[in-house]
Design a protein around this ligand. Structure first.
Ligand SMILES: Nc1ncnc2c1ncn2[C@@H]1O[C@H](COP(=O)(O)OP(=O)(O)OP(=O)(O)O)[C@@H](O)[C@H]1O
Length: 258
């Protein structure tokens, strides 16, 4: 049974500056949804509101039957995991310590890690190719290794719903592709719901099952990738000509911007 995540008629202003305008969407349960749009279009703000970390100025976010901000933090963390765009942690923390933070919603005060906690942490480190780096501090990692440590923290949370803001930041093309393969696998093999903000439209065309395309604080197109994503829509979204190309043995196109 999937939790549904619904945003209804959301508007949001920072101080008096409106950045989201009456946005509504139901994220497709059990699918990989990619949110794309130009810088400043409101993607991160929308994700923060969808996660319950930020309250909308008007409108409501519902996780299942409940307003998300009314669900106690511990329960919410077991149902929804969020990776912000630039997460921060003390640089002397080890990778193991960081990933263990993903288990906080399951742990009793002052208790050590349970067998289940340890297995979730080991599994998350393996899935993100961090085996052998658990004892390194964050200061001793490359930018990409640090980013993968944050993804491991989110995986260790073992929630059915993941919201990830630019998880491929700092990753080389192979690790970025592998991260998307991992998210695809979570959806296909573990029935997770994944919502991910991406700037790389070629990763979007390769992996999105569903899309939310945002411009100037509004959703200009949303729904199944095949229905929503066209050269015309992408060109309009970014204000540059976007042309599809094809390669043999691949259904989805690549995109060239000119
Ligand atoms: N803390 C803040 N205070 C004031 N304005 C903010 C704040 N955070 C974001 N904004 C503004 O809100 C708008 C939307 O920002 P947001 O980060 O949601 O966009 P985005 O689509 O995620 O951008 P990017 O692709 O650059 O990460 C932008 O105009 C931004 O300048």
């Amino acid at each position: 049974m999937f939790d549904t995540l619904d945003i209804g008629n959301i508007s949001f202003s920072y101080n008096d500056a409106p950045v989201l305008h009456d946005v509504s969407h139901q994220f497709a349960p059990g699918k990989l949804t990619v949110i794309c749009g130009p810088n400043g279009s409101g993607k991160s703000t929308l994700l923060h509101i969808a996660s319950g970390l930020v309250k909308p100025t008007t409108g409501a976010v519902k996780l299942g039957a409940h307003i998300i901000s009314e669900i106690p933090a511990g329960q919410r963390a077991q149902r929804l995991a969020m990776l912000p765009q630039s997460p921060e942690a003390p640089s002397e923390l080890t990778v193991n310590d960081l990933v263990a933070l993903g288990r906080y919603a399951y742990r009793k005060p002052f208790a050590g890690l349970s067998t289940q906690d340890k297995s979730a942490i080991t599994g998350a480190l393996a899935k993100t190719n961090l085996n052998g780096l658990g004892d390194r501090t964050l200061a001793q990692l490359s930018g990409g290794q640090r980013q993968r440590s944050w993804i491991a923290l989110v995986l260790a949370q073992e929630a059915p719903l993941f919201l990830l803001d630019e998880p491929t930041n700092h990753l080389d093309i192979a690790h970025a592709f592998e991260t998307m393969l991992l998210l695809q696998k979570l959806v296909r093999e573990e029935n997770k719901t994944v919502v991910v903000v991406l700037h790389d439209i070629n990763l979007m065309t390769a992996f999105a099952e569903e899309v939310v395309l945002m411009k100037a604080g509004k959703i200009i197109a949303a729904g199944a990738y095949e229905d929503a994503v066209t050269e015309h829509v992408l060109s309009d979204l970014y204000g540059r000509r976007c042309t599809f190309g094809t390669v043999a043995n691949r259904d989805r196109p690549f995109v060239v911007v000119s």
